[in-house]
Design a protein around this ligand. Structure first.
Ligand code: 6PG
Length: 264
């Protein structure tokens, strides 16, 4: 199966889409998405830790897809969690224990299950009186370049809480901003395109037939990040189950097995 990245699309010279060449698309075996993604992520975390003496900065993806992956990741022994600083790519404006909180999902599925100290975990403040102030405070915490940014993708092509046509996509200065989602919970905080652009590694996880069309547009559609914000992550490594990859040219994908130990 070819490991060639998706064919280049859109305007050459645009920093976001030129990096496409580094993108890899992995398809997990049917029914083993979480396990295969977790093994691949564990190996990537090990590789990233091996490249530096300092702690690595990892921003977690929200939503529901990561839950199973995080649970599987928590069960793997060979991740040096003492070397990891945890951030978030976005958060809903709800209390940390709210059922819709990305922090709560990450805490339940991963952070409460691995040896990581609370001072290594930096949650966004979803209950701040001023979300603009909370965004500013969080941006001050974020490293200049995240070592690893985990993202998901919506059926509409959004990623983090960067939604199609949103003003946030045009933000050039700020790195974290308040955002409004089309569906509840509407009020959010999100990293901006600059944070996506400067992340050293990006991993996008998607599963299910409902994502197939937005995944294909993100990876192989005409360059249009305003219409499909997940294109900002085009250069990343994409881990898809067969259903989410079903509208992609198979020649653009590599097979990922649950025992795969070579993170690209
Ligand atoms: C969020 C996420 C968002 C998510 C996609 C996919 O806070 O909801 O940041 O970008 O990754 O909406 O969500 P599912 O994994 O639930 O399909």
């Amino acid at each position: 199966m070819s490991r060639e990245p998706p064919a280049r699309r859109g305007r050459p010279g645009d920093p976001d889409h030129d990096a496409l060449e580094r993108g890899h698309v992995f398809v997990t075996p049917e029914g083993a998405f979480a396990e295969a993604a977790a093994v691949w992520l564990a190996r990537l975390l090990l590789d990233l830790c091996g490249q530096t003496e300092r702690r690595i900065s990892v921003a977690l993806a929200g939503g529901s897809t990561p839950r199973g992956v995080y649970e599987a990741l928590a069960s793997l022994r060979d991740v040096h969690w003492d070397r990891v600083e945890i951030f978030f790519g976005d958060e809903r404006a709800v209390p940390a224990e709210h059922v819709d909180s990305n922090y709560r999902m990450a805490r339940e599925s991963l952070l409460d299950r691995v040896p990581i100290l609370s001072d290594q975990v930096h949650a966004m403040n979803g209950t701040a009186t001023s979300l603009a102030r909370a965004a500013q405070d969080y941006a001050a915490l974020l490293p200049r370049s995240l070592d690893l940014l985990l993202l998901g993708i919506g059926a509409d092509g959004h990623t983090a809480s960067l939604f199609p046509g949103a003003e946030t996509l045009r933000e050039q200065q700020l790195r974290v901003v308040p955002a409004t989602a089309p569906d509840p919970p509407r009020n959010r905080l999100t990293v901006t395109p600059a944070v996506v652009r400067h992340a050293r590694r990006i991993v996008v996880m998607a599963s299910g037939r409902a994502k197939a069309s937005s995944v294909a547009r993100a990876l192989a559609g005409r360059w249009d990040p305003a219409g499909c914000p997940a294109q900002l992550a085009r250069r990343g490594s994409w881990i898809l189950d067969p259903a989410a990859a079903s509208e992609l040219d198979p020649a653009l994908t590599s097979r990922l097995s649950p025992t795969q130990d070579g993170a690209a």
